[in-house]
Design a protein around this ligand. Sequence first.
Ligand code: DAH
Length: 343
Amino acid sequence: MDVQEFQSRLESLEADAVDRLAEAETEDEIIKVKNAFLGRNGEVQELMGILRELPDEDKPVAGRAANGCKEAIQEAYEDRLEALEAEQLRRQIAEEAVDVTLPARRPDPASPHPVTRTMRELTDVFVDMGFGVADGPEVEEDFYNFEALNFPKDHPARDMQDTFKMVDGRVLRTHTTPLQVRSLLAYEPPVRLVAPGRVYRCDSDLTHSPVFHQVDGFLVDHDITFSDLKGTLNHFADEVFGEETPVRFRPSFFPFTEPSAEVDIGCIFCEGAGCRVCGDTGWLEILGAGMVDPNVFESVGVDPEVYSGFAFGMGVERVAMLKYGIDDIRLLYDNDVRFLRQF
Ligand code: DAH
């Protein structure tokens, strides 16, 4: 082989390498093609063996040609790799591109549970009338839950409350009425507060849950009368159930109020005509109320000759069930989002 042939062999190797690199589709293929030419047993390397057999005077020319060929293939290899990367990036961008004409994915915002929402709504009606909000422990002393509220020891009224008792003698509060006692021990009258919160009774059916919620409230000042109670609850009924909602008071008994009343509103479903929900009476029982019993004042050191007050208490679930037309209390606790999303 002479130097001309050597050079033309190099040229055709280079052309061949460039063609095959251009056809290689993946990084692996490109590397394989490069090694086939420049690798230790590659075609260019093979030709280098022949270089040694050329006449000495031709060696510098042949050597330069061989180096040029190696560099050209190396360069073609690097260009091809770069091009492949650019191509992959372009494809990735095209695939992941945001279609700005698609409707946006809506966020799935949380919203208050219907019981929470109702409890806040009931509380707010009284807050707007100037009542403060009181909070207390759910594991309660017998004194606050019963004793100071004029439940005599061993009185059947305690059994009526289906109390969960703790081994240490405390109870899970059966109502939020203990906040009346706690507040009157903490503050001098005048006091007007509502106590929203969770309460417990060993009771479970379509309309009763062992864990439920109440809003209790009371107002103590000089010269508070039953008409103050009526005016307050009339306004409350208008706010929660609509203007001119009829309200009636029926005599009842609670240990901590005297006199006591069950308070009904005109049935919001039949407007008094009588229906399944109100049991054909035209009325829905909505809360208990009365004038604070003098014995309660005595047990918290407030002089019943100087002060008087009214009190009331209601179940939040009952109001929520009436407002939203829910007939099974367990729906409120199943945490089925298909149910909860409706509110
Ligand atoms: N605590 C009573 C209950 O859970 C409800 C109640 C009735 C609360 C009359 C009051 C009230 O504050 O004056 O059944």
